[in-house]
Design a binder for this molecule. Structure first.
Ligand code: NAD
Ligand code: ZN
Length: 248
């Protein structure tokens, strides 16, 4: 399937970055598996209502492992797939920018849940960099307000209770419906609408391959399921030589 595919759409999740030292949420060592309270505090209502939640969020961003992380073999394998011209789009639920850091053309990346390296004002929508906000936190502003309107500032990521960017969702839907192979990589496929892209692709006639250490709700719709560590399975899977013109 990989050898024959001409337009491959990939959806990645936190599992592709655990090898780089960024824990996932729901895996055995996941942030929420170890501390279920963390999930409750990650919705937008608690962020808006409670300054202590915001202060904790900024502290968490400052020590987030993504600042130090380097892309791993699985990220690089996807960049090579793009270099072969067969990557239709890469949809990611990750906020760590490791795909871009691995050299993937930013035009091919759809960040469904945003990026932790940006900030946005929840009142006037002004954008900024996380670095600038964290400099203000380090200088003593524990919960820095928006410089333009005084509103509540937040990392430019999608929390529970927040809508995804509708343009990004539409572009993701197009990429899911316009591929001959859909790879779901390192995701528990439990967060919607991200997980729904796999189903959309299957309904539009694509083959689905699930590459994940643990079972997902979409395994029975998959043409193939690959367990095991992505830093080993994905480079092997994607190094298969292309079959010329085996599909219309
Ligand atoms: P998830 O935690 O729900 O699922 C990750 C899956 O990856 C698990 O099923 C786990 O078994 C699997 N996995 C972990 N390490 C693996 C490895 N080395 N090889 C193969 N499989 C592995 O993550 P999700 O589905 O992406 O959803 C979580 C949400 O959390 C997303 O919304 C995302 O935005 C956010 N998140 C992002 C990051 C990041 O940017 N790196 C990290 C944690 C959470
Ligand atoms: Zn503002």
């Amino acid at each position: 399937m990989v050898a024959a595919a001409r337009r491959i759409t990939v959806l990645t999740g936190a599992g592709i970055s655990t090898g780089a030292g960024i824990p996932d949420f729901r895996g055995p060592d996941g942030v929420w598996t170890r501390d279920p309270e963390a999930q409750r505090l990650s919705d937008i209502d608690s962020y808006l209502a409670d300054p202590e939640v915001r202060r904790a969020a900024w502290r968490g961003r400052a020590r987030h492992p993504a600042w130090e992380a380097e892309p791993g073999p699985a990220h690089h394998a996807l960049t090579e797939l793009a270099n072969s011209g067969r990557l239709r789009a890469l949809l990611t639920q990750n906020i760590d920018e490791l795909h871009q850091r691995a050299g993937l053309d930013p035009e091919l990346v759809l960040e469904l849940h945003g990026s932790m390296f940006g900030t946005v004002c929840l009142d006037c929508s002004e954008r900024g960099t996380m670095r600038a906000a964290l400099n203000r936190v380090a200088a003593g502003e524990e919960d820095p307000p928006c410089r333009s309107c005084g509103g509540i500032l937040k990392s430019a990521t999608v929390s529970f209770g927040q809508a995804l960017d509708p343009e990004v969702v539409r572009a993701g839907q197009r990429a899911a419906m316009d591929c001959d192979l859909f790879l779901a990589v390192g995701t528990s496929l439990t967060v919607h609408p991200a997980a729904g892209f796999a189903e959309l692709a299957v309904r539009a006639g694509a083959d689905l391959i699930v590459c994940n250490a643990e079972p997902t709700p979409y395994d029975d719709q998959a043409a193939a399921v690959l367990r095991g560590d992505l830093d080993e399975t994905l480079p092997r899977l994607l190094s298969v030589p292309t079959v010329p013109n085996s599909r219309p």
